[in-house]
Design a protein around this ligand. Sequence first.
Ligand SMILES: *Cc1c(COP(=O)(O)O)cnc(C)c1O
Length: 345
Amino acid sequence: MGTGHLTIDLDALADNWRALDRKSGCATAAVVKADGYGCGVGAVARKLAAAGARQFFVAVAEEGVRLREALGEGPEILVFGGHMSGDAEMIRGAGLVPMLNSLDQILRQFEALPGHPFGIQLDSGMNRLGMEAADWGAVAEVALAQKPRLVMSHLACADAPDHPMNAAQLKEFRRITDGISVPRSLAATGGILLGPEYHFDLTRPGIGLYGGMPFEEARPVVHLDLPVIQIRDVAKGETVGYGNSWTAERPVRIATLAAGYADGITRHLSNRVTLWHGDTPCPLRGRVSMDLLTVDVTDCEGEPESLTLLGERQGVDVLADLAGTIGYEILTQLGHRYSRRLAGA
Ligand SMILES: *Cc1c(COP(=O)(O)O)cnc(C)c1O
């Protein structure tokens, strides 16, 4: 097989959900936006539902429709983006719960789908999604009379536990929601780790389920093995790849692998990342091309048939740090050419 092999370890995913659920001490939802952080929303959501998740969050109604097909009736599907113009039929048909973000969205929902379940998203300082406190003050009574399923807000700095923004947002969220009788939610993965005062009635982990920071105890979920197309000897002084960006300082063996930036292996990893053959480190030499990587296998015994880029030894955050990004972006860029295998489906 000429493509990389991507394995999604669904048992590890379920273990991560259970671990975050134990830390939550309240109901624990699962965030499965962006195709389950690139892992494949259908299999991910079914596995998490089997593990006990009853609420699932997506970014937009279109994702909710697809998720409903995968999950069937029963689990609650909530939409962060709320009720956008033209969404009414999807929200009704798939039984979605839009998190309404503005007065406009509240009006749209109440006009188009009176009596249909909804939630409310409030801004507590991030200035991204959610109703401003003043707007909320004006409509809270009317909206609460319609019994929203959930009132939520989102933390901007939860991956930095010492950041004063966390306590400031907690205080603001309490100020605008204390005393209401509707379930509340503030914490994603980072917020779960901040401690119980951030948990309220429902937590909403995403990245931690998929093995990413800031959930340090997470089991890795994504394993990526890349096949070797050919191996050649390169003499001292010769160069490898586009732009001659790497020169051999000793005689080496270079393996050419079938994956590149078109598969989400960003060019920022050129000359930086290490692949693995069992316990043997194999440094990437030269630039990442569209479909190919060139890797130093001098220290390998024999001729490796494939090398590992992601797995037990090296998770998405190692790649993210090298590429100057975050694990979320590595996951959501995982390529579509890989042959995908589900472990534990
Ligand atoms: C993406 C998202 C989450 C999940 O965040 P993680 O950091 O991946 O756990 C939770 N809530 C909102 C509003 C989000 O946008």
